[in-house]
Design a protein around this ligand. Sequence first.
Ligand code: FES
Ligand code: FES
Length: 198
Amino acid sequence: MKFPRISRKRFIVRAAVPTLAASAGVRPDFAPAAEQPLEERGPGPIPVSLKINGETHTLALEPRVTLLDALRERLGLTGTKKGCDQGTCGACTVLVDGRRVNACLTLAVMAEGKAVTTIEGLGSPESLHPMQAAFLSSDGFQCGYCTPGQIVSAVGLVSERRPTSDDSSIRMWMSGNICRCGAYPNIVDAIRKAGRHA
Ligand code: FES
Ligand code: FES
């Protein structure tokens, strides 16, 4: 019996896709086509269109540029902080389509076609977002470096409808946001307060 020739790589991809789709809870008929080649872009600068705080910006970026660097270095949105640059501190938290993400672990090209919200998009000095106002009234910061990420993450937590009435729950759902100054009791207090009015 004659078998068709198939490369080792193609064999592994073909074998893996149904298994991966099943384990991810994806119906096999919706699994991505194994041999659908992705459009190759880069490695030089390519046009990347980003919708940030309701405004669309088209930038020329290498595909390896992170969303964090695009925000800070190219758009001057320095409210989003770079702490660890490794996904462990939460200082760079932004919302992408309403979900919390670490901008240092997200490539800018991955945010194309999605709505990105940064701390600058939440309120203004004249009209603070309720979470910003709660952080102020609860004194939820010391040096303030972690504060934008904490506030954006807290806004995400409330919109995810996580419980905000008990401290341990708030601490658990905010556990990706580190505060080196240790302002945690006041941060938790602010989220509890803002959660009551959400
Ligand atoms: S800078 Fe992104 S998690 Fe620390
Ligand atoms: S207030 Fe200083 S790191 Fe949190």
